[in-house]
Write a protein that binds this ligand. Sequence first.
Ligand SMILES: [Zn+2]
Ligand SMILES: [Zn+2]
Length: 445
Amino acid sequence: METDFKIKYINIEKDKEMEVSLEKMVGILLNLEMDTNFHIEALKAQAIIIRTNLVKKPMVEGGDFIDIWEDESAEKIIEAVKDTEGLVILFNDKPIDARYHICCGGSTENSENVIDNQIVYLRRVLCDYCKDTTYWRREKDFSLDEMENALKVKFPSMDIGVESEIAGFIEDIERDERGRVLSIKVAGRKISGEELARLLGLNSTRYAIFPTGIKFVTRGKGHGLGFCQYGANKMAQQGYSYFDILKYYYTGVEIRKYLLPCIKKPLYGKTIIIDPGHGGDDKGFEGDSIGLIEKDVVLKLALKLKLLLEELGMKVHLTRNKDENILITDRIEEANKLKADFFVSIHMDYFNCSNQKGCEIFHFRKDYDSQRLGFCILKNLKDKGIPIRGVKEGNFYIFRGVSTSSLLIEIGYLSNPEEEAKFLEDSYMEDLAEGVVKGILEYYQ
Ligand SMILES: [Zn+2]
Ligand SMILES: [Zn+2]
């Protein structure tokens, strides 16, 4: 199914932007990301990985690219893209963060060991398939100077007379009072200083030992997360299909066609939970001058948001759509069942100083997705002329319970009479809703 799903391509060198169709971009990147001599099934697996990542983030930066679609010698790449058209790797119905690397060197990694973040489909799997390929084992020698320069460190300087033992290599150096070596143990063998000088042709028994370099032996190439390219190639040569290969490296995923968002419905396929705070006998804050009540204002905004976001194709779930008190634990349980992309709580603030005003957004510690969404929303609220206070870390109970990326938006202060009056204006509520929606759109662009 062809869609009008476009990828924004930013040519950094020329500082130019253009739009490229998804399938075309998959081919262009496949040509750059995998050796075209690899088996066709490995190329197909890599094409699906690239498509999955593009669907998740439809933007690419780079220099001039080679348009393989104009190039007859690229038929193998074109075949890999066409045979997998529209296929994406999904977990819980959402495109995965399809990490890949060149060669794992024996086993892939659990995500939390590399990116500090547990991702259920990025689990350690054993991989003997990349054994004895180009990057399985590599050696690299460094002189001490090279290491000093690269690491900006200084090794201790050593003089004659300084004991420089290296456990298991050089040990138990005995010297006379003039610094001549009487005996030394080399790799466990005890030798007299003279004998060692004779065997190695040294000029004197007055010697010290200096390391001159260090050898590093590496296994594999890359971060080791997810798909191992060399392993995949070997699996393909052994008769496995792209489907088997992807299922091997990504734990518990599905591979199928994915309905893509289009221009009229740019948020198609995304789900959000909007959580208007309080409700029923839990009123939240109450305004000092007009007496507006938090639970009513946030519900009104949530209902507006639902309408606007649904028009853009987003699936919107409200934790309450009328004036009722729903326990936080029930809101959390409901949210965790839905597996949304974001959970957004809406509240209002109150402060004992009446001129405090503006909108403030909180995200959970280390949740960079919601932090970024917070910045996008705040920026667009500001563009609408709404006073803003900033994006901050918060440690609310609801954040700890909800397994989705979460935000809490405090839309303004009921303790500020001027700001309270604003919330009675329909146009102000429209601006708030539009600012939030534009922020969400910007996040996904
Ligand atoms: Zn491997
Ligand atoms: Zn509240």
